[in-house]
Write a protein that binds this ligand. Structure first.
Ligand code: ADP
Ligand code: MG
Length: 360
């Protein structure tokens, strides 16, 4: 395998812009230097040269200097409703290959309501919803309480707490006010799904007639060729049932080391097959590439029917912490290997060289 020059593009928490109105969780979705350096090491262990470059406008100068063969992109961005798509847009302009999903998929997936509209159009199961842009906007009457209210375009449980579950008009309006004030964006109100919390990570790319069968095409085969699914992970929220019934920002950030992750999740084969296929269908209809993670809730009131909450085409890659890293480990794939699986999926897609690890 030829040695490649790989630029790891990331937004380090410590390099994030500082400003007066920043909320305390403003940069919770950015990466620590520790995570960034662990990915650099992983790429080097794959036999490549690798250097970390901060994903901001300095890239306009730094990329031509470094001359990478490919970029490993994990930039979450800083500002704007397309912030995860900005560095990929720059890379397209500079004609430099990069790992992971492209501009349209990253901008779409950051916007939960837009993504849900696409899922609905394809008849994929996601909770019914309404987007609120103003305090006094009337609620659609067919949207019944309890509802779950969260910001439209955040991650890492930002704006998600026990208070996100609202049982009446008053609680709904309180939560809308908090989201408008703190996150300055529309709020997404969905049917609250009481049940189990499961996430599915995958790497690779769909080949051929990709994940063709959608829910209404019962007779077509389910084709998921080219994707590798990690075992599903369940977040055991039972110990927190009196304080956190959902995977909140508090649990994701402050109590991450106390959480019990069950992986593989205790689910029967039929359920795992269904979840994998739904994750593949989401991957396909959102146009994702190389890697993704799809979050589900299994509805306790409806025979554990899976509902798609959101898709994460830039899943966290912190060793020992991030969901997809835990899932890969459950299958005996360590952090170094996971990072190289993502890189190799991109190399194969661009035809840059033959990866040593053949994707299933
Ligand atoms: N409709 C819902 N019903 C029940 N819980 C929800 C719903 N939407 C979100 N949650 C809870 O909030 C958590 C975070 O929501 P999610 O949409 O995955 O956003 P994030 O980008 O912050 O991960 C979920 O993991 C789940 O615990
Ligand atoms: Mg999530």
């Amino acid at each position: 395998m030829t040695k490649l020059k790989v630029a790891l593009l990331a937004n380090a928490k410590e390099n994030a812009p500082k400003f007066d109105e920043a909320s305390e969780d403003q940069w919770d979705d950015l990466d620590s230097i520790k995570t960034i350096m662990s990915i650099v090491e992983a790429i080097k262990s794959g036999g490549h040269d690798c250097e970390f470059l901060e994903g901001n406008l300095s890239l306009v100068e730094n990329l031509p200097k470094f001359q990478p063969d490919i970029c490993f992109n994990i930039c979450e961005g800083h500002f704007g409703d397309g912030r995860e798509a900005q560095i990929p847009a720059l890379l397209e302009m500079m004609r430099i290959p990069y790992t992971g999903s492209k501009v349209m998929t990253l901008a779409l997936s950051l916007d939960k309501p837009m993504t849900k509209r696409i899922l609905f159009w394809h008849e994929l199961p996601t909770p019914e919803f309404q987007v609120f842009e103003r305090m006094n906007e009337p609620r659609n009457e067919d949207l019944r309480f309890p509802l779950f209210v969260k910001p439209s375009r955040e991650g890492t449980g930002m704006g998600v707490s026990e208070k996100s579950i609202v049982n009446n008009e008053e609680e709904l309006r309180e939560q809308l006010e908090i989201i408008f004030k703190k996150y300055k964006q529309p709020a997404l109100a969905e049917r609250y799904i009481e049940g189990r919390e499961v996430t599915v990570g995958l790497v690779g790319n769909l080949e051929g007639p990709a994940a063709r069968r959608l829910p209404h095409d019962e007779n077509l085969p389910r084709i998921q060729k080219g994707l590798h699914f990690f075992p599903p992970m369940e977040v055991d929220l039972e110990p927190f049932k009196d304080s956190d019934k959902v995977y909140s920002n508090r649990l994701k950030v402050d109590l991450a080391d106390q959480l019990n992750y069950v992986c593989p999740a205790p689910l029967d084969d039929v359920m795992v097959e269904d979840l994998n296929w739904l994750a593949a269908a989401v991957f396909r209809v959102t146009g994702a590439l190389d890697v993704s993670r799809v979050d589900f809730r299994l509805d306790a009131s409806n025979n554990w029917k899976p509902y798609i909450l959101e898709t994460n085409p830039l899943p966290g890659l912190s060793p020992g912490i991030s969901d997809i890293v835990i899932e890969a480990a459950a299958e005996g794939i360590d952090h170094h290997e996971l990072v190289n699986m993502i890189l190799n999926a991109a190399l194969k897609r661009y035809g840059i060289e033959k990866p040593t690890r053949i994707m299933p």
